[in-house]
Every structure is written in structure tokens, then in C-alpha cells.
Write a protein that binds this ligand. Structure first.
Ligand SMILES: [Zn+2]
Length: 414
């Protein structure tokens, strides 16, 4: 049984790895040396070439990092590395919570140490070369330290509660965990902007002036009560721009990157904001949260069915059944389900984007949103001709040309 399971693990990670390579290959098949007809008026020759180089460099880096991680996990599986780590920890403690915490802390630390050189290369060589990087080494180091601290406090805290449930709740532990994680995620989505974001960024209320007046005028007309518009110092790390909606109820806020404000006209910014308000008005935040609660429930229920089977731990090279080896083995088995649910989630998210674009067109105007989206894509050197299969699997937003076409239909109606 253990050997069969081990073969299943190896097949899953291998299929997963080659599936990603096929996706990369399909995407790369759409590259061309000449500016494609449909992108004229969006990219000029030079920017287009630059965007192609950027996509190529990113894909190459992605292939290198995922190949290394694939080989490492494969090696760990074939040589029983996870079981050895478990055995090592058992020499120092037999406390169930401490063992699990140590196990995942050591794996997390090892994976962080291995991935850091690639991350440094990406930030200070790739992003630098294409003119995006604004991160200083000091910011990078402090981000890293804060990231570790958060992982330790939040990740460690949640994991400890999870193991504790397992030991006190028996068969129903997945249900306890589901309720707990769901409450935690509601809490986090309410307080993310006030508790977590300030650790990394400064958010300042949008100052009085032309932009604020225009935004307030729009929200009044659209019947949207908006007291919290913040500007975030995204320029601290990258010249890339963004805007997002976060929070629930009275905690809701719209956050604009300072880099976005710098590059766009007032009309374009109001259009982007109208899109974000659209997400709220169409209840996308709530639906997204409901979906993620259902997803977590399915996952924990399945985990509950599998976790007590000793074969899982033994297949990973463990000498005796253990909770953390069980979770890890379940994670491997769950990967295909997670891929499918991810594809479904992306599909729903793309529908939400169209709906938010429709809202912005009806309540404001389609043209400035089209202009803003074009500008954003060009500034971020986006790949504007992704393969349809790649979009289907990986894109949470429809590709630019599709969005422009969709917005065009509202222009004719105006
Ligand atoms: Zn959106």
C-alpha cells in the first residue's frame, strides 16, 4: 500500500510539473517578432519587443525555479526525506503540537533559504533591468524579517490550534477547524488593511483636490457611500501600478497605488475606481469569501477522511503515523483537486471582472476605463497575446483585448 501511494505522489507531482511546462510552451507559441496587427495602437514596436523580452525572461526563471523544486520534492519522496525529518524531530520532542510546528517551520525555512537567491535575482536583476524595481536592499531585508515574523506568529498560531483540535475533537476535528478558519478569514478580510498592510506600507487618506472631488461626485451619483479612499506607497517597491477594494461593511476601503495616480488622468482614475465600486455593488467580495469558505470546507472534510490512515505517513518514509506527515501527504494528493478548484475560481473571477467593467461603463464611461487599462498593460509590459488555454487555467482577469472588446459594446449603447 505504501509503495502504491508513493507512486501516486510521484505521478501527481510529475504530471503537475509537465502540465505547467505544456502551458508555458503554448503561451510561448504565441510570441512573434513583429508587432501583431491587433496590438497596434496599444504597443509601439519598441515597447512590444520589450514586453516580449520580459515575458521570456520571466518564463525562463519560472522554469528554472519550478524544475529545482520539482527535483527536490521528487528526491525527498524517493529517499524518504520527509520521514527522516520527522525522525530527527522525534529525537528532541514528543509533544504533538511542538513536533508539527517544528516540522513545518524547518520545511518552510529550508524552502525560503533555497528560493531567496532566485527572488533576489528577480527583484534586483530582472525587475531592475526592465525598469520596475524600486526596492532597496534595506526594504528587502526588512520585508523578509517581517514575513518570517508573520509566518511564525500567524502561521504558527493557526497551525497550533489546528493540531490541538485534532487531539481534542476526534472525528469532528475537521468541522471545528472549518468553523475556526472561516471566522479567522472573515476577521482577516475586515482587518487586513488596518493590521497587516501597515507593517509593510504607508496608507494615507486621499488628499482634498480635483481627484477627490471627482471621486466623491461619482460615488454620490452611483449611490455608494465611500469614506475610505487611501493612497498606498506602492512606489516603495515597484513602479507597477494597481488599485484594489478591501474589507467588509464599515471597514471597506478603496486603495489606489501612488504609482497609479502618477500615471493616469483624473477621468481614468475615476473609471478605475468605478470598476472597484462595481466589485462591491455586485457583491463580489462576499461571493469570493463564501466560495473560499466552501472550498476550505471541502478540503478539511476530505482531510478528515484521510488523516487517520497510517499509510500516508509510512509512504513518506515515516517510521510511525504522524499528523504532520499525514497533512503533507494529503496536500500532495489534494493538488489535482486544488488545481481544478483554482481553474473554477479563476473562471468566476474573470466573470466578476466583466461585471465590474460593465458597472463602470454604465455608471461612468467606458472610454476612460479602456484608456486606463491600455496604459496599465503597457506600463506593466503585460503579455497581451496569452494562449487561450493558459488564460483558462491561470488568469484571474480576462486578457486586455477581451476586456477592450467587451467595453466597446457599451460605447455603442451610450
Ligand atoms: Zn477588478
Amino acid at each position: 500500500m505504501e509503495n502504491t501511494l508513493l507512486v501516486v505522489f510521484v505521478v501527481i507531482i510529475t504530471v503537475d510539473y509537465f502540465f505547467d511546462r505544456i502551458m508555458d510552451y503554448l503561451n510561448a507559441s504565441r510570441w512573434s517578432n513583429k508587432l501583431p496587427e491587433e496590438l497596434k495602437g496599444i504597443y509601439d514596436e519598441e515597447k512590444y519587443r520589450k514586453s516580449q523580452d520580459y515575458s521570456k525572461v520571466n518564463m525562463r526563471l519560472g522554469i528554472i525555479t519550478s524544475s529545482i523544486s520539482f527535483l527536490l520534492i521528487l528526491g525527498m519522496l524517493l529517499f524518504g526525506g520527509f520521514g527522516m525529518l520527522d525522525g530527527l524531530i522525534r529525537q528532541y520532542t514528543d509533544h504533538p503540537i511542538l513536533m508539527t510546528l517544528l516540522f513545518f517551520a524547518l520545511l518552510g525555512l529550508a524552502s525560503d533559504i533555497l528560493s531567496t537567491p532566485f527572488d533576489l535575482y528577480n527583484t534586483f536583476v530582472v525587475e531592475e533591468r526592465f525598469g520596475f524595481n524600486r526596492t532597496t536592499l534595506a526594504t528587502y531585508v526588512s520585508d523578509k524579517l517581517k514575513g518570517w515574523m508573520l509566518a511564525l506568529v500567524l502561521g504558527g498560531g493557526l497551525l497550533a490550534v489546528f493540531v490541538w483540535f485534532y487531539h481534542i475533537a476526534g472525528q469532528l476535528f475537521w468541522l471545528y477547524a472549518w468553523i475556526f478558519f472561516s471566522l479567522f478569514s472573515v476577521f482577516m478580510s475586515m482587518f487586513y488593511s488596518t493590521l497587516i498592510v501597515p507593517l509593510f506600507n504607508k496608507q494615507t487618506p486621499l488628499e482634498e483636490g480635483e481627484l477627490r472631488t471627482a471621486i466623491e461626485g461619482f460615488s454620490r451619483q452611483a449611490g455608494f457611500k465611500l469614506d475610505n479612499i487611501f493612497v498606498i506607497d506602492g512606489s516603495k517597491r515597484s513602479s507597477k501600478a494597481n488599485a484594489y477594494f478591501s474589507g467588509l461593511g464599515p471597514k471597506k476601503r478603496i486603495v489606489l497605488y501612488d504609482t497609479l495616480i502618477k500615471d493616469h488622468s483624473v477621468e481614468e482614475l475615476v473609471a478605475i475606481l468605478a470598476h472597484e465600486v462595481g466589485h462591491y455593488k455586485k457583491k463580489h467580495t462576499l461571493k469570493g469569501m463564501a466560495l473560499s469558505v466552501v472550498h476550505t470546507g471541502i478540503m478539511l472534510f476530505l482531510l478528515g477522511l484521510f488523516i487517520n490512515r497510517p499509510e500516508l505517513s509510512l509512504a513518506l518514509g515515516g517510521q510511525e503515523p504522524s499528523f504532520h506527515l499525514g497533512i503533507l501527504a494529503f496536500g500532495l494528493l489534494y493538488a489535482p483537486v486544488s488545481l481544478l478548484l483554482g481553474i473554477m475560481g479563476n473562471y468566476i473571477s474573470r466573470q466578476h471582472e466583466y461585471q465590474a467593467d460593465a458597472f463602470a461603463s454604465e455608471e461612468y464611461h467606458p472610454e476612460p476605463l479602456q484608456e486606463a487599462l491600455k496604459k496599465l498593460s503597457v506600463n506593466n509590459l503585460s503579455n497581451l497575446r496569452p494562449h487561450a488555454a493558459y488564460v483558462f487555467v491561470h488568469y484571474s482577469h480576462p486578457p486586455l483585448l477581451k476586456r477592450l472588446q467587451h467595453l466597446e459594446t457599451f460605447k455603442q449603447r451610450e
